[in-house]
Write a protein that binds this ligand. Structure first.
Ligand code: IPM
Ligand code: MG
Length: 356
């Protein structure tokens, strides 16, 4: 029987509660589809700062490198907000992305049929099904470029640098083209090539890689236009590929359109398709420990893990179907509407398990 080694980075705030439910669901899927999972835990973010003084201890990196896959809850909270940049929980997140070489961040924005009314967009705009895959470059660009403080004409100044190499652009472009090949064969590359030199190189390179994928229809949008198009006509998008910083911004926008930020999962993959999976929402410190957090985004992250890293697509489908089914009748408070039954974090996990 196939056995997988998983590291859990439960993190801060609601992280531990939602990861516990996702583990429950994964165990149920393992029983049903005939594989086993071994778990280990490691510290990342605020909990790591409290225990060790740094947001990403070496031990965490070592454990994650040795695992088949990593499941992350969420990191951060007001308690650590006043620490210097390199010691904040977010630095741990960037650190683990870099250390594991997780250059490809997949952020699907989908609308779950029963939650259609939760979208802030009106009927006719959101009429078509929303199913966008944002492919964000995750280990390059301005997040990792040269930065610093200096003196400019006697004034204190600061700078961050956007830099991309051709191989970095090529590999993320290939991930996006492959993704498009498995979907509706439409790819939108987003840049700011009317202004930025790094974007011109991005566009040239994406066009060159496109020759390997003649079946994919490629178009290019400037990031400002893309932000506008996402709310004007989100149905026009299939796969979007973009840089680290543009992807950060556009993926939040795309997820908001779906109206269910508590429902969306993400995958960050390296060259070997090993990955780190996490809900796209944050650690929600205001509701931590109350048993009311929505565990579905983390549960759906497990489904992405089964599909992209563990090669168990049937188990992944079973989890997605169970989530779609449960939404028809039961909701956590964040997505509750009249006519459905309000349930706790744990009850939601149990319900999903019962439908697998
Ligand atoms: C995200 C987050 C992170 C990012 C922060 C927390 C560092 O916003 O995953 O989108 O900017 O990448
Ligand atoms: Mg973000």
């Amino acid at each position: 029987m196939k056995n997988y080694k998983l590291v859990l980075l439960k993190g801060d705030g609601i992280g531990p509660e939602i990861v516990d439910e996702a583990v429950k669901v994964l165990n149920k899927a393992a029983d049903k589809f005939g594989f086993t999972v071994e778990y280990d835990e490691a510290l990342l973010g605020g909990c790591a700062i409290d225990a060790t003084g740094v947001p990403l201890p070496d031990e965490t990196v070592a454990k994650c490198k040795a695992a088949d896959s990593v499941l992350l809850g969420a990191v951060g909270g007001p308690k650590w907000d006043t620490l210097p940049g390199n010691l904040r929980p977010e630095a741990g997140l960037l650190g683990i992305r870099g250390a594991l070489g997780l250059f490809a961040n997949l952020r699907p924005a989908v609308i779950f049929e029963p939650l259609k009314n939760a979208s802030p967009l009106k009927g006719e705009i959101i009429g078509k099904a929303l199913d966008i895959m944002v492919v964000r470059e995750l280990t390059g660009g301005i997040y990792f470029g040269e930065r610093g403080r200096k003196d400019v004409n006697g004034n204190p100044a600061a700078y961050d640098t956007e830099l991309y190499t051709v191989p970095e652009i090529e590999r993320i472009a290939r991930v996006a083209f492959e993704m498009a090949m498995n979907r509706n064969k439409k790819l939108t590359s987003v840049d700011k090539a009317n202004v930025l030199e790094s974007s011109r190189l991005w566009r040239e390179t994406v066009i060159r890689v496109s020759k390997e994928y003649p079946e994919v229809e490629l178009n290019h949008l400037y990031v400002d236009n893309c932000a506008m198009q996402l709310v004007r006509d989100p149905g026009q998008f299939d796969v979007i590929v973009t840089s680290n910083i543009f992807g950060d911004i556009l993926s939040d926008e795309a997820s908001m359109i779906s109206g269910s930020i508590g429902m969306l999962a993400s995958a960050s993959l390296n060259e070997n398709k090993a990955g780190l999976y996490e809900p796209i929402h944050g650690s929600a410190p205001d509701i931590a420990g109350q048993g009311i957090a929505n565990p579905l985004a983390t549960i759906l992250s497990v489904s992405m893990m089964l599909k992209h890293s563990l090669d168990q697509p049937e188990a992944a489908d079973a989890i997605e179907k169970a989530v779609a089914k449960v939404l028809e009748t039961h909701r956590t408070p964040d997505i509750y509407t009249d006519g459905t039954t309000k349930v706790s974090t744990k009850e939601m996990g149990d319900l999903v398990c019962s439908l697998i």
